[in-house]
Design a protein around this ligand. Sequence first.
Ligand code: HPA
Length: 286
Amino acid sequence: MASEAAPSHADLVKIAENVQGRTKYRPTIGIICGSGLGGLADQVSEAETFDYKDIPGFPSSTVQGHAGKLVFGMLSGQQCVCMKGRFHPYEGYPLWKVILPVRVLHLLGVKTLIVTNAAGGLNTAFNIGDIMIINDHIDIGSLAGNNALVGPHEEQYGVRFVSMQNAYDKDLRGLAQSVVQSLGMVDFVREGVYVKVGGPSYETPAESRLLRLLGADAVGMSTTPEVIAARQCGVRVLGISLVTNIVITDTNLTGVGPTHEEVLETGRRRAKDMENLVKSFVAKLQ
Ligand code: HPA
């Protein structure tokens, strides 16, 4: 992929103005749909949909199961904008492209971002199909110098040195947990730490044991760059992982381990529960 210069803040404003000029909606709630979880965007009524490729300056998605559409409309009586398809570093996108949509959502007026993803379960108490409300993250790349905010800074993005305390907003987590109770989902909803790895190969058993030692409960290949960007511009975050597989930690097993099909299949099975959780959460958001 040829290297391109990151756009300036003024360029992002132009992208946002272009989209704003084509939709009647002014949403304060943004939703990023993870692998196999794009069904959420289909729940949006009175939708106005824009293909990423038709938004000048917006990146386009390549991964199977990721559509690449910005869907505006109503969810549970609230104006929302859904990203159906996100950008993963493993596709070869530089991190500035991965976080570009979050900055655009912020410019569109989004104040609360709901981020969903598919993840592998590291916590031995987790089962396939569990939903994990993210309470914190470990971004291995960020720790190693590959943070999403590395590069030229403009003060319009927010502060240079972004606090990651309460990144996964405690009040929003509390609200999500109350929704979980009222929907009777307590048996399969957990809370825990998400660790981001680069991918696209899945973890080796030895790497999985390492991630468990670090204190992570679920592992995936997305989310943390977007959350870092959201926090920089003051957007509140609720993160939700769908545990699509349990990671293998035994070096001597000879099976094939997780496959992308397995991940998508679990997404399909639990999609309704995820959708109900997000919809009921949105209904309660102030
Ligand atoms: N590892 C990393 N990313 C994932 C996994 C996994 O096991 N499952 C879904 N996304």
